[in-house]
Design a protein around this ligand. Structure first.
Ligand SMILES: Nc1ncnc2c1ncn2[C@@H]1O[C@H](COP(=O)(O)OP(=O)(O)OP(=O)(O)O)[C@@H](O)[C@H]1O
Length: 237
């Protein structure tokens, strides 16, 4: 069996004396979609920021595509093929949609950026329609599309999605998840953290549950969706 694309071993991450991740181990195989579920404060964003090199772990190991990225800087991690759509989207509000996408392509050779942006416009025709509009004036759903599009411009092997449904109306959430299904068809591996457990598990092959810094459950999406314990805690019935 080939090695997983992403392997996390006994990861500990702290903010001063606050331990946000207390020994996380998980793996993601090439072309898999893996969901991490968890309530507020469970450590989901901390995990994503650590994987993309924005936080340095206290101990443990992260291996991506055969490289030890545990203490690697964020720019090198992007170049290795990890793209992140961050929590709260964080688009550049005073730049246009097109400029935001080009910023996302900073690691690509100039000649390839236009082609990468065209690829994103095919996935999100709405962004093409709005390409000249300032990102700060987009709706929440459009900003979420732009944040995902900006991560895709880097042509990532692994796409990290931090709460893509946050603050969006149900119909827009369904829309975004439909597009994510299309994205997975293009062969991108996806690690998604979500409070909307049902949507995330419907998209994912497998899932893990994070509870105050530790993994409490793991299984196939089907197993997690039918588990009474997960239903009671995360699926609202
Ligand atoms: N900059 C920080 N300084 C101190 N503590 C922090 C900081 N960021 C996060 N924490 C703490 O780390 C823990 C995990 O936070 P994190 O943001 O990773 O959770 P989360 O699962 O993403 O939550 P949410 O869904 O609310 O975004 C929380 O207890 C939080 O208070």
């Amino acid at each position: 069996m080939t090695a997983p694309l992403l392997q996390i071993e006994d990861l500990h991450v702290s903010y001063g004396h606050i331990q946000a991740l207390k020994g996380i181990s998980l793996s993601v195989r090439e072309k898999e979609v893996v969901a991490i579920l968890g309530a507020n404060g469970a450590g989901k964003t901390t995990l994503m920021r650590t994987l993309s090199g924005l936080l340095t772990p206290k101990s443990g190991k992260i291996t991506f595509a055969g490289h030890d990225t545990t203490r690697m800087g964020a720019d090198r991690i992007v170049r290795l093929g990890i793209g992140q759509s961050p929590e709260g989207r964080r688009v550049f509000g005073t730049l246009s949609v097109a400029e935001n996408l080009r910023m996302g392509g900073f690691t690509r050779p100039i000649a390839e950026i236009d082609a990468s942006c065209e690829h994103v416009y095919k996935i999100f025709p709405r962004l093409y329609e709005r390409r000249a509009q300032l990102a700060g004036t987009l709706s929440g759903g459009e900003q979420q599309m732009l944040a995902i599009g900006r991560a895709l411009v880097t042509k990532p092997r692994l796409l990290l999605l931090d709460e893509p449904s946050l603050g969006l109306a149900p119909i827009i959430v369904r829309n975004i998840f439909q597009v994510l299904r299309d994205v997975r068809e293009t062969g991108v591996t996806i690690l998604i953290v979500e409070q909307n457990a049902r949507m995330a598990l419907k998209l994912a092959d497998r899932g893990y549950v994070l509870e105050v810094g530790k993994l409490s459950h793991e299984g196939s999406s089907r197993e997690l969706l039918s588990s009474p314990e997960i239903q009671a805690a995360y699926l609202g019935h």
